[in-house]
Design a protein. Structure first.
Length: 390
């Protein structure tokens, strides 16, 4: 009996470790003391009982053997409910505002790294490598920042890692180091994308008034999408106080202050995006498109924007009566283009189907065109079902 008991105990431990991450019990101070003694970092799963992604992570990633082997070897693992006991203090001390937050502390309680949100096992394992790297983890950047490093290149890197770590950083501190011309670079556009500076900011003024430069660095679609996204951020913040059936009295003054030649188009297309993604008011969506079309013709929107509009009609509005001329003109407008040809053909096929005419030949052509644009058969079939539900 004296021999069997330790064997059983060792077998039990190996099964536990093989099943995934082993979380240590006790108080945070006890866990930190253990980490200090073993010269390890503490990994803390900051969760709440109502957080769906937290539950998914616990059930699908923490139980993974590979994740368990790595985290059990490198870290002292600990779980804390951010709404109970010590969790409330941790939430305040480390500015935990989203769940799950994955914290990595040294034995003295100094934050070395953090990440926010659920992730798959591969990303979670990679996170262990980043958190353990004292030259690249968030803690190393934070130490340099608090130590006074305000070099533009460093601030750009710190801004990016702060965003990823859900750590509050005033992006204007970095943007102030950049000229208007420098702000038009791809690196700075990436930061504009991450931080969505307000319409009142200098960065947004440069973005909306200097779009040709951004078109060259990051492309038309990303630039125009960001211009509208930041405007919509203003709409979302004021939804309780504005007429959501007609956003133009709110949007137009915001856009006109920049004295751009296409302020009407930008304002109307921004409202279209609001109804496409938020209100689902298709009647208003079509009305705005007609206003744009009647005033500016096919040039009112880019090929990508027209495609988005047509697909919204196909998949949501379900009728061509109020948009028939626009749809036909768009198909003709896109006929000579190599890009998106498969979508032009699908839209044309859909219009024929609405007229009870034969359209299968066009669908076959669309599939062939899609293959030339590296669209797989599976992707095409999924798209086709949106146009022609069985």
């Amino acid at each position: 009996m004296k021999i069997i008991l330790p064997v059983v105990f060792l077998f039990f431990c190996s099964v536990v470790s093989g099943q995934g991450i082993v979380f240590t019990e006790g108080t945070l101070s006890e866990v930190l003391a253990k980490a200090k003694k073993e010269n390890k970092l503490v990994f803390i799963d900051c969760y709440t009982t109502w957080c769906g992604p937290c539950k998914w992570l616990s059930a699908n990633v923490f139980t993974n053997k590979k994740a368990g082997d790595i985290y059990n070897e490198r870290f002292i693992n600990y779980k804390m409910d951010m709404e109970k006991g010590e969790g409330k203090d941790v939430r305040t001390k480390y500015s935990v505002a989203a769940y799950p937050t994955l914290l990595f502390l040294d034995g003295y309680g100094n934050m070395q790294h953090r990440a926010v949100g659920a992730m798959d096992t591969a990303a979670f394992v990679k996170l262990a490598d980043i958190a353990s790297d004292t030259t690249q983890n968030f803690g190393s950047y934070l130490k340099k920042y608090l130590g006074g490093n305000k070099e533009p290149e460093f601030l750009a890197s710190f801004a990016k890692i702060s965003y990823q770590a859900y750590y509050p950083f005033d992006i204007e501190e970095y943007f102030k180091t950049q000229t208007d011309e420098q702000l038009s670079s791809e690196i700075n556009f990436n930061l504009i994308e991450l931080y969505n500076p307000p319409v009142s900011s200098r960065a947004y003024k440069v973005l909306i008034t200097n779009r040709p430069a951004f078109y060259k660095s990051v492309g038309t679609y990303r630039t125009d999408f960001r211009v509208k996204t930041i405007l919509l951020k203003q709409v979302y913040a004021n939804e309780k106080n504005i007429d959501l059936q007609n956003l133009q009295p709110f949007l137009m003054p915001l856009v006109k202050q920049f004295n751009i030649s296409d302020s009407v188009q930008v304002s109307l297309k921004t409202e279209m995006d609001y109804h496409l993604n938020r209100s689902r008011d298709w009647a208003r969506y079509v009305t705005i498109a007609k206003q744009l079309y009647e005033k500016f013709g096919s040039a009112a929107m880019t090929a990508n924007e027209w495609t988005q509009y047509c697909e919204a009609i196909v998949m949501n509005y379900g009728t061509i009566e109020s948009s028939e001329k626009m749809l036909k003109d768009f198909v003709e407008y896109g006929a000579g283009s190599d890009a998106l040809q498969y979508k032009y053909l699908l839209i044309k096929a859909w219009m024929l189907s609405k007229e009870n005419k034969e359209y299968s030949a066009l669908v076959t052509q669309a599939k062939e065109a899609a293959a030339k644009e590296n669209i797989t058969d599976a992707q095409f079939e999924k798209l086709k079902k949106n146009y022609f539900p069985e």
